[in-house]
Each structure stands twice: as structure tokens, then as C-alpha cells.
Design a protein around this ligand. Structure first.
Ligand code: STL
Length: 321
């Protein structure tokens, strides 16, 4: 499938919408036998923030790269999201959700390979050389209650580094919140013979509630779940932060750029004739410029974003079994 695309198109797909790439010069070479993974803690709702990495995995798949999804059950537990009863229930929920999205991937459960002694030995080998301080710092954007970080939460990043090794990948997709963990691996990986990888970091979608909030299933109405009902999507989007002219912290613009454009390559805004009539954007940059210049009104954009999200989410809802 992906092999029909030319190299330049494949490179465009691999690199689009990422904020940072480690080992960019290796992409072309690694693509020939490419395997990518992205890991997820299984807790709470699958929301638009997760969808950004899932769409990124789809880009790589189109470029001919094999996709693995890690359902990181042990990490979820280590990060104090709940007991095993909870984590196991969540794991089933996440498996269903991922399949409903339609991503054809190799789904791997963390505890399925992490309980082997050579995995544990590598984690301890990493522990021998990484300071407690750096371990904690790497978890700044990941750990729950990082001020009172428990030892489990600094074992966590070491395991994440070992996952890269054991999954045998040469591409890693992750949100920018994971960056310090993987950087630690790039620095310290020689101790465990960690292979070289291309790391692709995707942007985080700001929370719907505006500056200072993130999209998180533990913050009410900050996120849109992939099983939200149409009414919920409309309600949440219509009251979301989308200040005229503000390009930063704007979840509506982020959703347009990172979710709608990668899927549809365009967006149609329906408008009254008095306000310039309907307009189709085929280029996100043009849309952003018009928004900044106040030629595109937040409520017109919001209405279109809500409709597009319903188009994306309704088949997922139907597939949920
Ligand atoms: C979070 C939230 C989230 C994903 C992750 C963490 C990633 C976890 C992870 C665990 C092990 C890996 C890779 C990624 O090997 O949505 O707090």
C-alpha cells in the first residue's frame, strides 16, 4: 500500500505536524525496514490528545512503516492510576477503543513482555547510572503528584526506555510530555545496548478551558472523548476557549491543525453571506492567518470544528463493541 508513494511523499507524512525529531537524518534509511511504536497508559478516556499520536502512527503506516501500540498496563499501575482490578478493566476499554478507531496495528500488552528477567536486569542496569534527580525530572510532565514522586514513578521512565529496546523498533512516536524520558534513554542507552531510533514528538492539544489547562480526562470538560455524543461535542466546543486573534493555547486551532487537516486535508466554514459566505481552506496556514487577522470568527470556526469532529467520532462510536 504505502510502497506506491514516492520517498518525498513518505518523508512528508513522517515529518508533518511534529514539533521535534531526534535523529532526523536516519529517517530515510530506517524507513526501509521501519517499525514504530507509541505507548499509552490505560486509564481514563481516549481523547483528542491521544488521537494526535494515533493519526501520527497512521501517517507512518501510510509511509510503509509497521505499527505497534503498547498498552502500558504496568506503567499505569506504577503511576498510581489505580489498583490491578481497575487497570485490567481499563486495559479492555483501551483495547476496544483502539480497535474502534480502526488502527490496524500489533497491540502489545506491557506485562506480556516486561516480566522477563532480562528486561528487569536492563532496568536495574539503567538504575545504576541514572541519578534520582534526573529520573524525577524526566517524569515532570507524566507523573501524577510529582512533588511526592514515589520510587515506582522513577522506575517508570527506566522501563519506558527498555520498552524501546524490547519492542525492537526504530521509530518512536510520543507527545512532547514524554521527551525527557526518551532523551534520558538516548543519553544512557549504551549501558543496555539500546538501538538507535528516530524519535518523533507530536504537540499536545491545549485543554478546552484555555490557558494553563491541559487536555486530560481527569479535568471535567477539558477534553473530547472518542465516544462523546454529538450533543457533548457541540456543547464542549461551543464553550471552549478560542479567543479572537489568539494563536497560542487555542485548542480549537490545534484540533483543526492536528486532527481535522490530517484526516480531511481541508475544512469548510459555513457562513452567512453577510459575513463573507462559505469558505473552504485547503491550507491550515491560511486559516490561521485569517483567524489572526480577524477575518475568521471563532464561532464560525467552532461550528465547523464540531461538525467535523462528529464526522470523525460517529463511526468510532458505532464500531465500539
Ligand atoms: C501518560 C499519558 C499518556 C501516555 C503515556 C503517559 C505514555 C506511557 C508510556 C509508557 C511506556 C512506554 C511508552 C509510553 O514504553 O497518554 O501519562
Amino acid at each position: 500500500m504505502g510502497n506506491k508513494l514516492g520517498v518525498d511523499e513518505k518523508l512528508r507524512l513522517v515529518k508533518r505536524n511534529v514539533v521535534e525529531i531526534t535523529n532526523e537524518d536516519k529517517i530515510k534509511n530506517f524507513m526501509k525496514k521501519g517499525i514504530v511504536y507509541c505507548g499509552y497508559e490505560c486509564s481514563g478516556e481516549i481523547h483528542l490528545g491521544h488521537l494526535v499520536t494515533i493519526l501520527k502512527l497512521l501517517d507512518l503506516q501510510k509511509a510503509g512503516i509497521k505499527v505497534k501500540v503498547l498498552l502500558a498496563d504496568w506503567h499505569t499501575w506504577l503511576n498510581k492510576k489505580g489498583d490491578w482490578d481497575f487497570v485490567n478493566k481499563q486495559l479492555k476499554h483501551w483495547e476496544k477503543g483502539m480497535r474502534a478507531i480502526g488502527l490496524k496495528a500489533d497491540f502489545v500488552r506491557g506485562t506480556g513482555f516486561q516480566k522477563k528477567i532480562d528486561y528487569i536486569e536492563d532496568v536495574l542496569r539503567l538504575a545504576l547510572n541514572i541519578t534520582v534527580n534526573r529520573g524525577v525530572r524526566s517524569m515532570q510532565q507524566v507523573a501524577r503528584d510529582v512533588e511526592n514522586a514515589k520510587i515506582s514513578q522513577i522506575i517508570y521512565p527506566l522501563m519506558q526506555i527498555e520498552d524501546v529496546k524490547k519492542l525492537g523498533v526504530n521509530f518512536v512516536v510520543a507527545g512532547t510530555d514524554q521527551r525527557k524520558i526518551y532523551m534520558l534513554g538516548v543519553d544512557q542507552g549504551k549501558n543496555i545496548g539500546l538501538q538507535e531510533c528516530v524519535y518523533l514528538y507530536t504537540p499536545l492539544i491545549p485543554g478546552l478551558k484555555g490557558p494553563g489547562t491541559k487536555m486530560s480526562s481527569s479535568i471535567l470538560d477539558s477534553f473530547i472523548s472518542i465516544r462523546d455524543k454529538k450533543e457533548d461535542i457541540i456543547r464542549k466546543i461551543s464553550k471552549a476557549y478560542c479567543k479572537t486573534g489568539d494563536l497560542k493555547n487555542n485548542p480549537i486551532l490545534s484540533i483543526t491543525k492536528l486532527i481535522i487537516f490530517p484526516l480531511f486535508e481541508k475544512i469548510k466554514i459555513k457562513r452567512d453571506k453577510n459575513y463573507g459566505g462559505d469558505i473552504v481552506y485547503k491550507d491550515y496556514v491560511k486559516l490561521e492567518k485569517d483567524f489572526e487577522a480577524r477575518k475568521l470568527h471563532p464561532s464560525d470556526l467552532k461550528q465547523s470544528v464540531a461538525e467535523n469532529l462528529e464526522k470523525i467520532i460517529s463511526p468510532i462510536r458505532k464500531n465500539w463493541k
